[in-house]
Write a protein that binds this ligand. Sequence first.
Ligand SMILES: Cc1cc2nc3c(=O)[nH]c(=O)nc-3n(C[C@H](O)[C@H](O)[C@H](O)COP(=O)(O)O)c2cc1C
Length: 453
Amino acid sequence: MEQRHEKFHYRTLEQLQARAAELGVSLPFAQDTHVLAEPVKVRGLVFPNRLGIAPMEGADSLPNGSPSDYTTQRYVNEAIGGSAVIWFEAISIVEEGRSSRTQLMLTKDNLEDYKVFCAKIKEAGLKANGFAPYLIMQANHSGRYSNPDNKPAPIIAYRNPVYEQYRAADDSCIATDDYLKGLEEKFGEAAALAKEAGFDAVDIKSCHGYLLAELSSAFERPGLYGGSFENRTRLLRNGVQAAKVYEDDHFMVTCRLGMYDGTPYPYGWGVKRDGSTEPDLTEAKMLVRQLHSEYGMDLVNLTMGNPYVTTHVTRPYDAGKYLPDEHPLVGIGRMIDGIAEVRREVPDMVVYGSAPSYLRQYADLFTAGAVEQGMIDGMLFGRMAFADPDFANEILRDGRIDPKRVCLTCGKCGDLIRAHKPTGCVVRNYKTFGGFYQEFVEEKKGLPENFRG
Ligand SMILES: Cc1cc2nc3c(=O)[nH]c(=O)nc-3n(C[C@H](O)[C@H](O)[C@H](O)COP(=O)(O)O)c2cc1C
């Protein structure tokens, strides 16, 4: 069967494993999920289970960047769902770096709203499950994908012809060294605000083609932020340094790091320098080692791909208009093997994995298998959490995710976010997001160029 048209059709785990074997992919699956109920220890902190929610932008903030009632409800539901860690969606550190007019943004002016927001989420978790989830704020600059007024206003690291096939940019969009230097302190401010708001940690985000991630592949950029490994990682490292000032026994600085972009050198990071898209994680390993040993970072989440260009690498899927040539199981294998390869370099660090949702009702045994085999310490679930915010409690209580509530990787949550509409699961929460999706379909004409799922 042609790989790109193959839908998820596995009635048993054995069938899925057999297909993976045919494709030359070896995936870890446990016999049961009991390991996921074990705590994760990082520094003096204990997360009561190994399940977490991945950052999922909702495009549902108020115009000033404060959470709306939708946003609050989304996170309250997630807290009730029982995951020990909620890794919040991208929250912009500056107005011009917002991905939309309705992307969350934390500032001195709306700090009080965020205090209420974090308190409500923790209270909901505590009441439902006896613990408050560990809340990590993802501090981001959308860079090339900035749309502060719902129109593209890219701020780029360098001219990238591969990325620019999907979204136009010109030389005037290139961020100056002075601009980048100024952002270093903004990450420090974001950490201070996050801490005051009641988040437990801040993530200096460097993944998925956004500004810091794009700098990792700025091989040909002149000046302080391009060329050498040291220069290309300068903004991330200095952002981490600026944020570290606010660390204490509880509040941590962490990073969601993209290890591999899936686009050929010199227009992507983490690839062999032979024009192919084969991963080469040498620099990702160097960077994670450095973040741990020189910057004292003890927790990291690893991911891959650029969802605007190599969507299937970031989040394997099998439905929607733009089907990749690659079988999703190959993407799942690349992700977990890459994470495990980096984790072996930093055995003392706590490493969270990404992108289990394509596996539907087998995502739980997969996560447990990856933990048992030492590939990860915990897993962040993305689209699954939109489809079924209770997935963690189902696993912890029943031993398995409810197969009737799993994500079907239809890609419509991604379509909505690209259209700057509030997003969530169109399939499982049709009443709410089906309406937004209908509007999206009707208004399609006026939307930005890229609607990949
Ligand atoms: C609608 C949508 C919004 C997302 N927003 C973010 C985000 O704000 N920050 C981030 O790092 N990743 C974001 N992601 C990527 C997810 O966190 C996750 O890495 C990806 O969906 C793969 O995990 P999954 O297979 O469990 O869905 C988003 C993905 C989707 C579909």
